[in-house]
Design a protein around this ligand. Structure first.
Ligand code: RB5
Length: 143
């Protein structure tokens, strides 16, 4: 599995910890930055990760900012991107099962490392259920 990841300055430390965690699970990671704590703008990284997911260069994307909210708003501007903000594992799992989410966002000011790992685990391991959910995803795609 390949995952593209990006963050802004609020989340560089957490992003690096999540990258380490993913690599320990033999997941290939493309790190789009940011790489320091210097102030920057989250849409830059939301775009890079969204384009990778959109073009199927990677299977999934992860975006981290202060809250995850700005990242998700930006990522959802890209056709075919279904980005979700999750602060707990149940919604992360359900967002895959029901909504076929392909980018997971969370906030470094909201969740700690251990909770972030649980959210990531549930999300990566959950499967899309398709069926009745597909017609709803199609309805959104046709907006
Ligand atoms: C940066 O201060 C903050 O606005 C950003 O990380 C994010 O939370 C936006 O949604």
């Amino acid at each position: 599995m390949k995952i593209a990841i990006g963050c802004d300055h609020t989340a560089t430390v957490l992003k690096n910890q999540i990258i380490k965690y993913l690599k320990e699970s033999n997941i290939e990671v493309t790190d789009h930055g940011t790489y320091s704590n210097d102030r920057t703008d989250y849409p830059i990284y939301a775009k890079k990760v969204s384009l990778d997911v959109q073009s199927k260069l990677v299977d999934l994307g992860i975006l981290i900012c202060g809250t995850g909210v700005g990242m998700s708003i930006a990522a959802n501007k890209f056709n075919g991107i279904r980005a979700v903000v999750c602060s707990e594992p149940y919604s992360a799992m359900a967002s895959k099962n029901h909504n076929d989410s392909n980018i997971l966002c969370f906030g470094a000011r909201v969740v700690g490392l251990d909770l972030a790992k649980m959210i990531v685990d549930e999300w990566i391991n959950a499967e899309y259920h398709g069926g009745r959910h597909q017609q709803r995803v199609d309805m959104i795609d046709n907006f």
